[in-house]
Design a protein around this ligand. Structure first.
Ligand code: ADP
Ligand code: MG
Length: 338
């Protein structure tokens, strides 16, 4: 008799969790991205001890009915992709359908949700197993609490860094999401203290002010430019405001935060000799183009992107930012209503 066995689902989810769920910030990322995909306009994140004790994400999105709430914790359960062609025109942040299954397998999850058509449902899961299920009064939206992350994977728990480091990862993440979605109001609360609050009115400068301070936000100039295939816009500081790291260059491709070395380089090149060596500007750059030109399915963390017609895009970025800092572009405000 052969010795190969098919693993049970909870075990395979726990293994997959090793890839998707590295630290509290990865949980926050998955939950907030789900809230965004559910068309929420208000998203609140409450952390206790940087999320090591508890992570709660509350949204006012479309919510789930009882059947979907139960299904959402199964592996490869997704409402976002049906057929193979969908992979090449992804407009949602999630599509793999494995985040909730992975997260639930290494924590204790309480989910309250309602799609607004009937009263809500509440589920409690431990290590991926549903332990309790009951009706609950809940308005349309979702409230998910992930407690005791990694309680059943001590090795993973050991790798977590200090509260300050873990919190730093989540703050960076929420800053990026707030910049990516200025038309969504974000609130990040840690141990009862509000760390970031954006108003969700689509005004990028308000988000920049919430993150970098009103003083710096005022010194950023709006820019926009267009080529055959791409539109780029955003805000950039004048060369007098600089930082010691490239972390202040935020890039978004069709709303998705990405890292892209050559795009960063194009921005820095735009400043030419204006920047002292080792200093970088604060820039937020939005790139928009046909999703067919941008392949995001490169890595599970999905921070990388392949861009078609890259030389055209890089030229557009460098020229647009350069014209902006030379004072050749006069756009009063740039807004993102999406
Ligand atoms: P994916 O986002 O890749 O589809 P997830 O495991 O993150 O996979 O979520 C599974 C499914 O659960 C989603 O496709 C969606 O239908 C549902 N879901 C998860 N979170 C929410 C939420 N906050 N609001 C509404 N539906 C949600
Ligand atoms: Mg998801």
């Amino acid at each position: 008799m052969g010795t190969i066995q098919i693993m049970d689902e909870v075990l395979s989810n726990k293994i997959a969790a090793g890839e998707v769920v590295e630290r509290p910030a990865s949980v926050v990322k998955e939950l907030v991205e789900n809230a965004i995909d559910a068309d929420s306009t208000i998203i609140e994140v409450f952390l206790e001890e940087a999320g090591l004790t508890s992570i709660q994400v509350v949204d006012n999105g479309k919510g789930m009915d009882e059947e979907d709430a139960l299904k959402s914790f199964s592996r490869h359960a997704t409402s976002k992709i049906e057929k193979e062609q969908d992979l090449f025109r992804i407009r949602t942040l999630g599509f793999r359908g494995e985040a909730l299954a992975s997260i639930a397998s290494v924590s204790k999850v309480t989910l309250k949700t309602s799609d607004g058509t009937n009263s809500g449902i509440e589920l409690y899961l431990e290590g991926g197993h549903v332990k309790e299920q009951k009706p609950t009064a809940f308005r349309k939206g979702t409230d998910m609490t992930v407690a005791q992350l990694f309680y059943n994977t001590p090795a993973r728990l050991k790798y977590l860094k200090t509260i300050q480091t873990e919190l730093g990862h989540t703050i960076d993440l929420i800053n990026r999401l707030a910049l990516g979605y200025p038309a969504i109001s974000f609130r990040l609360v840690h141990n009862g203290q509000t760390l970031l609050h954006t108003n969700g009115r689509g005004n990028i400068q308000q988000v920049l002010a919430a993150i970098y301070g009103a003083h710096n936000a005022k010194k950023m100039i709006a820019f926009e430019g267009q080529s055959n295939d791409y539109k780029v816009y955003g805000y950039a500081t004048l060369p007098e405001v600089t930082r010691a790291s490239k972390n202040y260059l935020s890039l978004f491709v069709n709303g998705r935060w990405v890292k892209h070395y050559l795009v960063q380089k194009a921005i820095v090149d735009a400043y030419h000799t204006y920047l002292p060596i080792g200093r970088y500007p604060i820039v937020v750059l939005y790139i928009e183009g046909d999703p067919q030109l941008t392949d995001v399915n490169v890595h599970p963390a999905k921070h990388q992107v392949r861009l078609s017609k890259e030389p055209e895009l890089l030229r557009l970025i460098e020229e647009t930012v350069q014209r902006a800092i030379r004072g050749e572009i006069h756009v009063p405000v740039v807004e993102r209503k999406e």
